[in-house]
Design a protein around this ligand. Sequence first.
Ligand code: 13P
Length: 252
Amino acid sequence: MPISIVAGNWKMNTTIVEAAALASSMVGDLEEVNGVEVVICPPFVSLAVVAEVLRGSSVALGAQNMHHEVKGAFTGEVSPSMLATICQFVILGHSERRQFFAESDESVNRKIQAAQRVGLRPIVCVGEQLEEREAGRAEQVVAGQLRAGLEGVARVEGLVVAYEPIWAIGTGMAATPEIADGMMAHVRGVLSSVYGPEQASDVPLLYGGSVKPDNVDEFMELPNVNGALVGGASLDSASFVAIAHSAAEASS
Ligand code: 13P
């Protein structure tokens, strides 16, 4: 079983000062969480200052996106090598990027490969829309995103997959444990068909979508779930620490 991961995606929230304060308010308590890898993903402009706050701690740093090229004339973009000097993780293909910034599976694919080249661990997000679920196409959509995203990706080393059903993000309506576990088993099956069962079993699978302190246990006890990708609740120090503790207890 892979080591569980609890990652906080702060999305487009916090100024630099607020980010430093939020990270400072949780790093001490997060340090006491054993057996789970904890990751904080603040906005780009706050990565450097949060890296300072986390320095010497067991809490890892992640970015929320990146460009796939190493450098060049790509105004406004941030490259893998820029991130690799301070981050360990990068969230790729989040549904908000797919929805609002026309991120395609092909683009996610280029980014995964670029992340691996510089030693960043990609947290690859997949998930279906409500209409797709209602039409009985959820598994097909997720498998399609995964296969296209991983096209030509030779190794799973460092790879993390987050299943975030779009209808569960920021809605307070988390997936049921049955839906989450069923989809995770499906994701594991797809990974297994591409990389073989042994390699596939090493990939941490995170559930994301309205994870809160009072429902995280339901997900963490599922056989196919190895952690959580947390949005809103990661902006509250006490909530995020509680989620990390629950994940640690469930995986001990
Ligand atoms: P919420 O936890 O706010 O639903 O967000 C989930 C998410 O999108 C994390 O990447």
